[in-house]
Design a protein around this ligand. Structure first.
Ligand SMILES: Nc1nc2c(ncn2[C@@H]2O[C@H](COP(=O)(O)OP(=O)(O)OP(=O)(O)O)[C@@H](O)[C@H]2O)c(=O)[nH]1
Ligand SMILES: [Mg+2]
Length: 407
């Protein structure tokens, strides 16, 4: 190295070793001492001065840059982290000592005030009390968050501030919108034979509902009495077959078993002249059981017949499961839905939300176990009766919906 370019440094301290320690803190061992002398240092206007040492030194290497460290092993890294933690602890300990009593508490309080201010600025503006009351009510009725959001946006779009002052009328408007979101499918059953198939998950009440439907046809609740026969594609389970046979015997309705698509077609053809309605009961499968559902779909391949297919679901099923069931059973191209076990739930927002979000109509509802009772045509007013906490005139709303749909 060219001696002209050598830079000298000086450090002052009370003793020589004091000076060396200070050099080493910064430059480790990369230095050469080139001289030392006694000095007077510190003080103010010549007062309180101290005797000390000045050490002159040069550097042997340029200080190492952070980013030029060679790669470290994880263990080395850990040592460094440990050093860092040690240092941090020391600093924190020092800080604790220098803070006045109560200072930490003051800092925490100041921070929480700042947090409050920030959250007030960033959080959504407060809802009008009418809006929040109605949204609350929808939530209590178990409507989906998507359904509630749509209702909330609709209220805000269509209601002025003065409209919102009249809670009763706004909530009646919301009930009208709920009613509008329910689609009822009314079948005509004009074919002979009319085939009606019930599919759906296990235990939702398909067989019980088949028996109720059969009872309705034979007892002429639907215009004139009809000759009915039942086919069950559920022959693997003896108990299930017995269950439908018992109902059949009670009503004097023939019950036949079918194993496959040929059986089903043969039975339909056999009854085509002597019965008006053929009800087909199926085995329930979990919506995740794609193989069995696909298999059942094949057995029910009845493209040349007049078929009305219903997906049967229980009202007490949670919303996400309902939507999954509706999707998985889509391969049956079901015409409408039967909602069972209405008696087992207090809230029906989940049902209305699922039907509305999947854009599916509903035809029948069942409200109890006993056959042939507890079976009804689905109606808008029936659904509205299941709403809790809303005040409205059912007939007026139903009339308005009918009028609107006929326009
Ligand atoms: N509370 C209530 N229970 C019902 C209703 N409908 C059916 N059930 C009961 O639900 C249970 C299952 O009924 P099933 O008709 O055997 O159901 P399923 O869909 O045929 O069942 P799988 O054939 O096993 O798929 C029985 O205990 C019925 O009594 C209803 O509307 N309300
Ligand atoms: Mg069954």
């Amino acid at each position: 190295m060219d001696s002209q370019n050598i830079v000298t440094h000086t450090v002052e301290g009370e003793t020589y070793s004091d000076c060396i320690r200070r050099i080493q803190e910064i430059h480790s061992s990369n230095y050469n001492i080139i001289g030392k002398r006694q000095i007077t240092y510190g003080g103010f206007l010549g007062l309180f001065q101290k005797q000390g040492i000045e050490v002159k030194f040069t550097l042997t290497k340029t200080p190492v840059q952070m980013n030029s460290y060679p790669p470290r092993s994880p263990y080395q890294q850990q040592t460094k982290i440990d050093d860092f933690d040690e240092e941090r602890k020391k600093i924190l300990d020092k800080t604790k000592l220098t803070l006045q009593p109560g200072a930490v508490q003051n800092i925490i309080e100041a921070l929480s005030k700042m947090e409050d201010k920030i959250s007030k600025v960033t959080s959504a503006p407060e809802e009008h009390p009418t809006v929040s009351r109605i949204l609350n009510l929808l939530e209590q009725n178990d409507f989906s968050s998507q359904y509630i959001r749509i209702m909330s946006e609709r209220i805000k779009k269509t209601c002025s501030l003065s409209d919102l002052e009249d809670y009763d009328s706004v909530q009646e408007r919301v009930v009208e919108w709920i009613a509008e979101s329910i689609s009822i499918h009314t079948p005509s059953y004009t074919a002979k034979p009319q085939i009606i198939i019930l599919v759906g998950p296990t235990g939702v009440g398909k067989t019980t509902t088949i028996a109720k439907l059969a009872a309705r046809f034979v007892t002429a609740q639907d215009n004139s009495p009809k000759a009915v026969s039942i086919i069950t594609v559920d022959s693997y389970r003896i108990a299930a077959v017995d269950q439908i046979k018992v109902y059949g015997e009670h009503m004097d309705i023939p019950v036949s078993l079918a194993e496959n698509n040929e059986d089903v077609k043969k039975l339909i053809d056999m009854h085509s002249t002597d019965v008006d309605v053929i009800l087909i009961d199926t085995i329930g499968y979990s919506p995740k059981d794609f193989d069995h559902i696909g298999n059942m779909r094949q057995k029910l391949n009845l493209s040349n017949y007049a078929v009305e297919t219903y997906l049967t679901m229980s009202a007490s099923t949670k919303l996400s499961d309902m939507k999954e069931i509706m999707s998985c059973y889509e391969i049956f191209s079901y015409d409408s839905i039967i909602i069972t076990k209405f008696d087992e739930t207090d809230t029906i927002g989940n049902v209305i939300s699922a039907l509305s979000e999947k854009n599916k109509p509903v035809t029948y509802v069942t409200t109890g176990q006993a056959v042939p009772r507890f079976f009804e045509d689905a109606s808008i007013s029936g659904f509205l009766s299941g709403l809790k906490g809303f005040k409205f005139n059912k007939q007026k709303i139903e009339q308005k919906i009918i009028q609107d749909r006929n326009i």
